[in-house]
Design a protein around this ligand. Structure first.
Ligand code: NAP
Length: 279
């Protein structure tokens, strides 16, 4: 019997990662034997750990906070998606080193499609300007949106991010007072909640008038971190969805790059969903 395929996710912290469970489920579905490790890796250890895993024959890696940007410098080549995002969440073994890719954006757009949320000519308001937003903006632009306004607690970070994409449809927006309308031809069709504030059981400050009636709130968070924005959205009659679908879909795309197999996502999605609702 051949050795299991060596895969891993690196991050700091790493204990919370659902990637080992997701990829093991994918491997089971595809009849592949894998050894998917969750490795605690502070930023200072990244270069050494990447070299060790390459030498050990690893076929692919996932990267999570805070390594997605740092890993770029240790890649031998980058996909166009990773280049645009300035961050990588997936590394694929090449002949001479790691190729970096970013599947977060494609995972998010796939999830929009699966949920029947139309992105064509849609007007998006994105709250947050961290690594996740950098990772998804390219795919959202490619999906044909009309506009993406990025609003962040730290305006300068949103500005730097938007300027880097150099696309007139993407622009940073200052935080207006909560009782003011936005100055950009309201209303937005979709609000993407991409801050990490939900992990402190809070939500960003929002005015419901910024989103059209029957608009959609897509939160990148899931589980307890999703609860505050979900409550706000439901109170105001908006459709709301969490980021579990994005999580599973970005993993599916990574698995496909490593193994050539595209596993079905529903069984592991349902399993994770059940786990979240029972906590
Ligand atoms: P990040 O790079 O650390 O950025 C955090 C963002 O949250 C920044 O825009 C930050 O604003 C904002 N923020 C933090 N605390 C805030 C507060 N108290 N009030 C207002 N804004 C605040 O994190 P990230 O990688 O972009 O991830 C963002 C979230 O998406 C995380 O919760 C992560 O778990 C989730 N995520 C989900 C998926 C998925 O597959 N579903 C994938 C990636 C990320 P400043 O710039 O002002 O600090």
């Amino acid at each position: 019997m051949s050795d299991p395929i060596l895969l891993a996710v690196l991050g700091d912290p790493i204990g919370h990662s659902k990637s080992p469970l997701i990829h093991q489920a994918f491997a089971n579905t595809c009849g592949l034997s894998i050894d998917y490790q969750a490795i605690h890796c502070p930023k200072a250890d990244l270069e050494k750990t990447l070299k060790e895993l390459y030498a050990a024959g690893a076929l692919g890696l996932n990267l999570t906070v805070p390594l997605k940007e740092a890993a770029i410098s240790f890649c031998e080549s980058l996909s166009p998606q990773a280049q645009r995002a300035g961050s990588v969440n997936t590394l694929i073994r090449g002949d001479r080193g790691w190729t970096g890719d970013n599947t977060d954006g494609a995972g998010l757009v796939d999830d929009f499609r699966a949920k029947g949320i139309n992105l064509d000519q849609a007007r998006l308001l994105v709250i947050g300007a961290g690594g996740a937003v950098a990772g998804v903006c390219g795919a959202l632009l490619d999906a044909g949106v009309a506009r993406i306004a990025v609003m962040n607690r730290t305006y300068e970070r949103a500005k730097v991010l938007c300027d880097r994409f150099n696309d007139a449809r993407l622009m940073a927006m200052s935080n207006p007072p909560l009782d003011s309308p936005l100055d950009s031809g309201l209303p937005f069709d979709v609000l993407i909640q991409a801050t990490s504030v939900g992990h402190s059981q809070q939500r960003p400050h929002l005015n419901p008038d910024w989103l059209r009636a029957e608009g959609t709130v897509y939160d990148l968070n899931y589980g307890p971190a999703h609860v505050p924005i979900a409550q706000w959205a439901e109170t105001h009659g908006f459709r709301v969805t969490d980021g579990l679908g994005m999580l599973v879909r970005q993993a599916q795309l990574a698995f496909h790059q490593w193994t050539g197999k595209l596993p079905e996502i529903e069984p592991v999605y349902e399993r994770l969903r059940k786990g979240l609702t029972s906590t």
